[in-house]
Every structure is written in structure tokens, then in C-alpha cells.
Design a protein around this ligand. Structure first.
Ligand code: FCB
Length: 488
């Protein structure tokens, strides 16, 4: 970080250093004890936190970065709450070294971040920008220097705007440009990064970006959304195959996955259809080399299947080491004749999306830890060949800073409940390797701007000061013990 960046934006606090000191004195009374009923995780379990480039970096015009669809979208009036943008975000681009120190203080063993495509290939295709790679080069070195394993995601929704201007993910060419960009990142970081996550949540990128228009690029064109699904998956396959040939040790794909629950008896078909649209539309091509029949039927009625070419599904179906699971809530549905399709789920005519009567987070998302256990067991039953890793799980609440403290008992309860569900699934045989909490920092929550706080670390957006919330300190103890205490 440059001195001027530090002084102009307010100096980062020293909490990271204090946490390191606290973390290094082992509290043996804290050692997990399975006999006492403590929940002990497997040796080597990966404990991390996750973020994404546009949500935290800021510095959108620095060092040759091009514009992304999220720059253009967030600067379009009416698209993001309060007109918030990622222009400054958490200023992580300048404060990354302090943020890594903070992670080290929490004892994290891994960090999932995303690489901003428009920093690396500002025009989406053509020349690579070395200054953009330099940032991730420094970040990776900083992480490794603190014993933290980097887990980069290559696409977390910030498509270069020039590619959107040429059709975005609805255009086949974007998949090839993605694979080229992925290789450019691998060429620079491949000597130090072992595990590569290609995409984050293609369902969200395709359907919220191209069908409902709630996310960038803000299009409302259902056939384009289905083409986007296919080209995102094709981009994943092309990139995975290119990275594997280039020597990548581990490859992963991160999906938003949600168990679909029948809210009323007799809704089995409704639940199966939504499961096909939300989950199997991505799981089956990537892990089985085929689209579910229900999805093909729906796609055929929304623009046809002409975009699926011979050989594409073989390309998409690459051997994967890990499936990244992002879990927030189940989806509750019931059969309801005459109900129009939910715009986010084209093909869901006759299905009502229900709001169960249970506690919700500040996003209005139902809290249901058991859904995570069900999901993990289902994945390990249906796709036993791939290892699982939770690449996102967490919750937004209306946190307030009180001096140096942020009291967030709801988040601790949420994380505790979900980690217990994770532990249950492991005990029942799920091959689950690690857990990344969403998120390390409060950040730009897409269409909600800075109104939703998901961090275990609070960010004061006027001073950029970071304050570890009580949940961060709780998580630090979980990581240190590699488990949860009985009855805490
Ligand atoms: C996921 C996104 C992530 C964040 C969380 C709350 O869908 O991958 O960037 O917004 O939701």
C-alpha cells in the first residue's frame, strides 16, 4: 500500500496484529474433546473466508483496469440501492496487505477471492495487462507469506463491458475469451496457486443478469439467459481443460445450490422441476455431461437448442476435483395451478415459491441449517466422485459498531448451526474438505449496495476502518480448535 493511499482514506487499524498475538498462545482448555461431545473436524480441514473482486477492491480505474458490466450497471440510475457503486468498495486494492494480516490474525488457513477479468484483459480479448496481474501476484505472495492458501475464482460476475457489447454470455465467443483469460492468470500465478475455481454461481450470472435484469448486465431476455447458461458452462469446460493441460493441480466449479423443499404435499413434480432449474441444470452438465430432460424441454420452448453444438457437453464435462457449494437457504415450493412462472425460473409455471414461517436474515432469507446437511448428503449420494467444499455460507444482519465492538449474536448462531450441520454431514460420510464463510468483510452486496452487511469483519465506509465482529472472534476460536465446543 502506498503511504498516500493510507492517509487519504484513513489508516487501517491494527486489529490484525493483535489478533495474531492472541491466536498464537494456544488455549489448551480450548482443545476439542470428542469424548465430551465436542465436534471435531477432520485433520487438515480448510477454514477460510471468501470475497469477490468487485465487492471489495475499489480502484476501478487504476493500473489499466477496463470497465466491467458491474461498473456500467451500478452507474445506471435505479439499478443499485441508493446509487451505490463499487468504485471504492472496501478499498481492498490498496489495503490488501492489512486485510491479509487480519485473516492471519483470525487463523484462517485459506482465502477465496476472485480475479477481476477487466484488470487482466481490459478489453475482454486481446492484450493482457501486466499491471493487473501484478496486484494478484502481490496478494498471493502476501497470503502465502502468512501461511494462507489462495483459492482464486476466475469469474465472479465482472464481465468486461466490451464483451457484453458483443453479446455477453449470450454469445458463444465469450466462452473462448474466458478460457484465454483464465490461462493468462494461470501463467502468472500457476507456480503458487494449486486450486482454481472457474465460475461463481452461473445460475445467478445467467438468470439474474439476463432474465430478471436485477444484476448486471440488466437484460430481460429469457432465450439469452438460457444461452448464457450454456456459454458459461462451456467457458468453464474450456478453461478447466486448458488449466489442467497447463498443470493446474486442482479444479473446481462453484454453484449456488439450494435443496428444494415441498411446502405442501402433492408438490413433488414442482419440487423436481425447480431442482432441475436451480441445481441440476449446472450439476448434470458439469458432472454427468448432460442436461436434465426437464431443462432441455424448457430451453427448447425459450429460443430453442440451436446454441448447443456437438461436442459441447463433452467439453463441459471435465474431471473436477472439487465442487464448490454456496449455500444460504432452501427453496420452498408448492404446486399451484395457474401460477405464472417466477421470472428467475423460466419454466416454473404452475409453481408457487413459498415463504416459510421461520426466522430470516436481513436479506429475508429463511434460516435453515438442516437444508445444508440435506444438500451435502444429497450431493455425496448423487455425485460421489467429486470432493465437496463450501465456498460460501453466511448471513447478513443489521450490525452496528459500538466503538470497537460489533455485537452480532445472530451471525454466531447462524454459523454455529450451519457448522454443526456440516459436521453431521461429514460424520454421515460426505467428503467435505473445507468451509469458507461469506464474507471476510462487509462489502458491496450487488443490487443492495452497502446496505447489507455479510462480513465477520465490520467495515466503516467513511474511514475504511475494519472492526472484527464478535463472530470473527468466535470463528477464530473454532478455527484454532478445529471444531465446536459442546453446548456453546
Ligand atoms: C452469493 C454471491 C456473493 C454474495 C452472496 C451473499 O450469491 O456469490 O457474491 O453476494 O451471495
Amino acid at each position: 500500500m502506498t503511504e498516500s493511499a493510507m492517509t487519504s482514506r484513513g489508516r487501517a487499524e491494527d486489529d490484525g496484529g493483535d489478533l495474531v498475538a492472541a491466536g498464537s498462545s494456544r488455549d489448551t482448555r480450548g482443545e476439542p474433546d470428542a469424548a465430551r461431545g465436542d465436534l471435531v473436524f477432520p485433520d487438515g480441514f480448510i477454514w477460510g473466508a471468501a470475497t469477490a473482486a468487485y465487492q471489495i477492491e475499489g480502484a476501478v480505474a487504476e493500473d489499466g483496469r477496463g470497465a466491467s458490466i458491474w461498473d456500467v450497471f451500478s452507474h445506471t440510475p435505479g439499478k443499485v440501492a441508493s446509487g451505490h457503486t463499487g468504485d471504492i468498495a472496501c478499498d481492498h486494492y490498496h489495503r490488501y496487505a492489512d486485510d491479509v494480516r487480519l485473516m492471519a490474525g483470525l487463523g484462517l488457513t485459506a482465502y477465496r477471492f476472485s480475479v477481476a477479468w477487466p484488470r487482466i484483459v481490459p478489453d475482454g480479448s486481446g492484450p493482457v495487462n501486466p499491471a493487473g496481474l501484478d496486484f494478484y501476484d502481490r496478494l498471493v505472495d502476501e497470503l502465502l507469506g502468512h501461511g494462507i492458501t489462495p483459492y482464486p475464482t476466475l469469474y465472479h460476475w465482472d464481465l468486461p463491458q466490451t464483451l457484453e457489447d458483443r453479446g455477453g454470455w449470450a454469445a458463444r465467443d465469450t466462452a473462448y475469451r474466458f478460457a484465454e483469460y483464465a490461462l493468462a492468470v494461470h501463467r502468472r500465478l500457476g507456480d503458487r496457486v494449486r486450486c482454481w475455481i472457474t465460475l461463481n454461481e452461473p445460475w445467478v450470472a445467467a438468470f439474474l443478469g439476463y432474465a430478471t435484469g436485477e444484476h448486471a448486465p440488466g437484460r430481460r431476455d429469457v432465450p439469452a439467459a438460457f444461452r448464457a447458461v450454456h456459454h458459461l458452462l462451456l467457458g468453464h469446460g474450456l478453461a478447466a481443460s486448458a488449466l489442467r493441460s497447463a498443470g493446474a493441480a486442482q479444479l473446481a466449479l462453484t454453484l449456488s445450490l439450494s435443496p428444494v423443499i415441498e411446502a405442501r404435499p402433492g408438490s413433488g413434480e414442482a419440487a423436481a422441476r425447480v431442482d432441475a432449474l436451480a441445481n441440476r441444470q449446472f450439476l448434470d452438465p458439469a458432472l454427468r455431461g448432460r442436461y436434465p430432460e426437464e431443462v432441455l424441454k424448457i430451453m427448447a420452448g425459450h429460443g430453442g437448442l440451436g446454441h448447443i453444438r456437438d461436442g459441447d457437453l463433452e467439453t463441459i464435462h471435465q474431471p473436477l476435483d472439487l465442487l464448490g457449494v454456496n449455500y444460504y437457504s432452501p427453496t420452498y415450493v408448492s404446486a399451484a395451478e395457474g401460477e405464472p412462472a417466477n421470472p428467475a425460473f423460466p419454466g416454473s409455471e404452475g409453481i408457487r415459491f413459498e415463504r416459510p414461517d421461520r426466522p430470516v436474515t436481513a436479506m429475508g432469507w429463511p434460516i435453515d441449517a438442516d437444508g445444508l446437511r440435506t444438500l451435502l448428503l444429497r450431493l455425496s449420494r448423487d455425485y460421489p466422485e467429486v470432493g465437496l467444499i463450501i465456498t460460501e455460507n453466511g448471513a447478513a444482519f443489521d450490525d452496528r459498531a459500538d466503538g470497537d465492538r460489533v455485537h452480532d449474536p445472530e451471525r454466531i448462531a447462524y454459523l454455529d448451526g450451519h457448522l454443526r450441520a456440516v459436521h453431521d454431514a461429514i460424520m454421515a460420510g460426505a467428503d467435505l474438505r473445507g468451509y469458507f464463510v461469506w464474507s471476510l468483510l462487509d462489502n458491496f452486496e450487488w443490487a443492495y449496495g452497502y446496505h447489507k452487511r455479510f462480513g465477520i469483519v465490520y467495515v466503516d465506509y467513511t474511514t475504511m476502518r475494519r472492526i472484527p465482529k464478535e463472530s470473527a472472534l468466535w470463528y477464530r476460536d473454532v478455527v484454532r480448535r478445529n471444531g465446536l465446543r459442546n453446548g456453546e
